[in-house]
Design a protein around this ligand. Structure first.
Ligand code: GDP
Ligand code: MG
Length: 447
């Protein structure tokens, strides 16, 4: 896995003072793998790697950093710059109504995004917004737009399946003008695949509508296929922006890089849920972290800096993952690793903003006090008890053991019981989770 590969590299790069042809090659190989794993298209990956290589060979390595760290920051910056280039909100600088044409495959999220955008334009830009659907092929599609438009608090212009898309367009423009709408959002029929007839239709609509924005809506889960779709739409229409939907799914979002490169237009928004408010202005930096698993790399680099023993941390992580025999020694080592990294609050600073705000809801001060107390209690245990937590949970002499430990740690016996309870919960939890476990643990302890 990526984290392991990179941690090895960060380690081997410790002590080297320059970015050289050979050490950059190793690191770039990992970056390349990471991009491919994130479903970025191969030609796009090649291009990207070449740019990073060029930049890194010229880069100076400040004495307090390792070549690995310098390279990581170059990769991250380049990725964010590529994906974030030219990001801007919807262009409305035309004589109203400003028309926005939605294009993309069937199921990409056009209708949903139309309503989300309507809400965005109403709330953030204070616009009067009208939506209309020219999807005359699926009767339910028009109804769907009606429903979501109502949720967005925008107005919907009626159309019917027996109308021609161009007639719908003309009627909607006319209505929007007469009723002084600022924006007309034009939802179109989906294509299951690139289809000549439908492509010709959307081209005709484009010529008729003269939209100020032509947005290509694409499903982030499409991965490699997004490339061909993007190419076809780019060739057919003068796109002005991209909306990347379903980023709440578990794709690594590599489509962002491919689509950005192929269309040559900015990714303006990201769809992050099925709900009407699930639209965000695309955040290239954060997305760069997701594509590369950069959060991991950066965290690892910081760990190296602070002298955390990566090997020990990883052994623990493996153990946790497999859920076997998580004992008090592991618990103790986890607490001490955390201390080295600046405690729980220090860790939170390193998390992606989204997670950090979630963690922020937990009471970190209390969680840290709890941890210290637990540490004290574990220290009062015998080596055997630490290895075999069951001795204290269901062993015959558990009562006397607990009394002894409480006395040794200078706490009430209830404290020991409480700690054992928490430990037990944690054990169960660790068996259930794979990855992201620290967060859950912290939340549990704080809440
Ligand atoms: P269209 O055919 O392009 O109009 O696509 P729709 O707007 O009908 O969306 C297809 C499906 O994807 C629907 O079930 C939507 O609820 C879902 N969808 C759209 N955008 C998102 C998103 O950002 N996240 C999630 N999870 N689902 C989405
Ligand atoms: Mg639709």
């Amino acid at each position: 896995n990526l984290t392991e590969r990179l941690s090895r590299l960060v380690k081997t790069m410790r002590g080297q003072s320059r970015i050289t042809e050979s050490n950059v090659q190793d690191m770039l190989r990992e970056v390349r793998m990471a991009l491919l794993e994130a479903d970025v298209a191969l030609p796009v990956v090649r291009d990207f790697i070449a740019r990073v290589k060029e930049k890194s060979l010229g880069a100076e390595v400040v004495s307090s950093l390792t070549p690995g760290q310098v390279l990581v920051s170059i990769v991250q910056k380049e990725l964010a710059a590529t994906m974030g280039e030219g990001i801007a909100d919807i262009d409305l600088a035309v004589q109203p109504p400003a028309i926005i044409l939605m294009a993309g495959l069937q199921g990409a999220g056009k209708t949903t995004t139309t309503a989300k955008l309507a809400k965005h334009l109403i709330e953030k830009r204070k616009k009067k917004v009208l939506t209309v659907s020219a999807d005359v092929y699926r009767p339910a599609a028009i109804e769907q737009l009606k429903t979501v438009t109502a949720q967005a608090g925008a107005e919907w212009f009626p159309s019917t399946p027996d109308q021609k898309p161009r007639d719908i367009a003309l009627a909607a423009i006319d209505f929007a003008k007469k009723h002084y709408f600022d924006v007309l959002l034009f939802d179109t029929a989906g294509r299951l695949a690139i289809d000549e007839v439908l492509m010709a239709e959307i081209k005709e609509l484009h010529a008729l509508l003269k939209p100020v924005e032509t947005l290509f809506v694409v499903d982030a889960m499409q991965g490699q296929d997004a490339v061909n779709t993007a190419k076809a739409f780019k060739d057919a229409l003068p796109l002005t922006g991209v909306v990347l939907t379903k980023l709440d799914g578990d794709s690594r979002g590599g489509a962002a890089l491919s689509v950005r490169q192929i269309t040559g237009v900015p990714i303006k928004f990201a769809g992050v849920s099925e709900k009407i408010d699930g639209l965000e202005v695309f955040d290239a930096e954060r997305h760069a972290g997701r594509v590369l698993g950069m959060g991991d790399i950066v965290a690892l680099v910081e760990e190296v800096q602070k002298g955390v023993d990566i090997e020990a941390a990883q052994k623990l992580a493996e153990k946790v993952k497999s859920g076997v025999d998580f004992d008090f020694n592991d618990f103790l080592s986890q607490i001490s690793q955390m201390k080295k990294m600046g405690g729980l609050s220090g860790l939170i600073d390193k998390l992606p903003t989204e997670l950090a705000s979630k963690a922020g809801q937990a009471d970190m001060g209390k969680a840290e006090r709890d941890m210290r107390r637990m540490e004290g209690i574990i220290c009062a245990m015998t080596a055997k008890e630490r290895r075999q937590p069951s001795l204290l949970m269901d062993g015959k002499s558990k009562a006397s053991r607990k009394r002894r430990i409480a006395a040794g740690a200078g706490v009430q016996i209830q404290e020991v019981n409480r700690m054992l309870n928490q430990f037990e919960q944690m054990q169960t939890m660790m068996k259930k989770m794979r990855g992201g476990g620290l967060m859950k643990m912290m939340k549990r302890m704080g809440g």
